[in-house]
Ligand binder design. Sequence first.
Ligand SMILES: [Zn+2]
Length: 593
Amino acid sequence: MEAEEIMHLECLKLSVERRIKLLDDNYVEFKLNGSFLKNAGIMGLLRMLECNESEAIIGTDYIIEDRTIKVSKDYILKQNLGYLYVKSLVQYYGQNTKFMNLYNKKGMVDSYMLKDERTDDEMKIIADSINEMGDMLLKNSFVSGYEIIDKYTNATTLNVNRIKEMKKEKDVSEKYKIYCEIYELLEQKEVQDILIIKDLMYTKLNMFYDSISFFQPSNLKSDIVECYNKEFVIPLRDEIENTKEGKKRCIECRRTTNNVKAISFINQTDDVNRKKSHYWNQKADALACPYCSFLYSLVPLGFCFTGANAVFININTDVERMKEMMNKYLLKDDGERISEKSKIYRVFTSEAADMVEKGLANIQVVVKMKEHNDYDIKVISKDIVEGFRIAQTNAIGKNQNRDTDKKGILTMLEKINVKTDNGYINVYDMAMECILNRRSLYYVFDSMYMLALKNGSRVNYLKNVLDLQYIFRGGKNRMSDLKEMSDKAYNCGIYARTRLTDTKIADKDNALRGVVYRLENSLTIGDVDQYLDAIIRIYSSKGMPIPGIFKEMMESEESFNAIGRGYILGLMYEKYDPSEKNEERKQEEKIYE
Ligand SMILES: [Zn+2]
């Protein structure tokens, strides 16, 4: 190599090094790691940087590199991050609040008021809608919001007495007049933002934290942006500007820092209460640097809310992929009445299936349920996604079931709710829990079957549960064999049902109940002899030949389970009867068929 060339290369190397150094100096790095909470914080940070009001320019203000987001120090020092925090919460979750829900009812109320004449029912709808709005506006959390609006914004705030008057007013046109007047105040953007945040505080944010400053009683009437900045942004800026090497160590990222904060403000594990008491006793042992605390404050922004739950897909290898996956959940909360779990896992049976099958190995699905303190973590692997695909196209075995041809097996189960002593159980939820925990689905089958025997509900949908068992627990080679055996036995059961019971007996189930109980019991205790004994009695009592399929039951436990359950399902099979008198059963069947 020529000397000149070497010189040139050296120069180039130097300039690259200098640029990297410059980059390091000018940017703060946030890197995905093993902890799902911090990763959710990084997702939240990205959402904040990309919200409508952020003005952040990708490539300049922030850079995404594989598993890292770099944010320019300049941006952090100059932007009002507290304001962006509020704005992004409103942007991403505002539409799914009670506030917006009632706010959007105005059009409906107007349309009734515009009519020349109104029925009593319509008058009642108007009054109820207005009162519902009034009740919400009189909640303490909202009332404290009116003071914030008054003190910290240029908007005209709401008057509590006027809201009370609106509620008390009996005359509908007068009531409507006050409603319109109050509504006009609610149309102000600043008012909306504050009330939406007040709504989110007690419905969504409190699933993750409820002890940060703007939740504290003394701050309920303070500006939320200011509270947030004081607690999270100022320490962050101080740390950036501080040139001295810190003396404290962050428990999260291990970097030395000048300032630490107890991270017990965020729900971390299942023993939140213990942690909380530590916090209140000022004995918090987990202290984190301002960077990590800042990320934790953004955790709620990183999750997506699906009905009563919040979900986060923890992909710690790639920021872009994580974003792509999480975006599938945004705007998904359409209030559809399907099972809670299907709102979370449906993505993996549809849009995201390809993503998993073509690259990502295992995906961690983190779910925060409203009524639980802890996070529920499930791993979705390639083989599970493959199973979902088979279940949705029902591609196993030869004996295609008519019912499942129309829709995927999982979709069929989404709307099946079975009545129990204490409410309803959703079958999809139960099945999904078994699939993800790699447990046998016979558990779902048996419990639902017993329940049906008890309360006389239909069981036809359980055919889908059996098929899921063969898909997920059958193993690749046995999958279609097991289904074939089970289907044969199922058809034998249906045939036997018509022959064993007198057609004059109106209620076939009652006639069969004793037999079915005995068979189901033999299955749950795994006693093949007892099962066969019962079968022999049934067939010989009617002088009917015993179907050959029962011989195969002796081959293995798997065969026993498949044939045994297929058969008892057939015995309980019921054809759809539109003239069905029992309304509840009719309803149930309608959902299913
Ligand atoms: Zn840290």
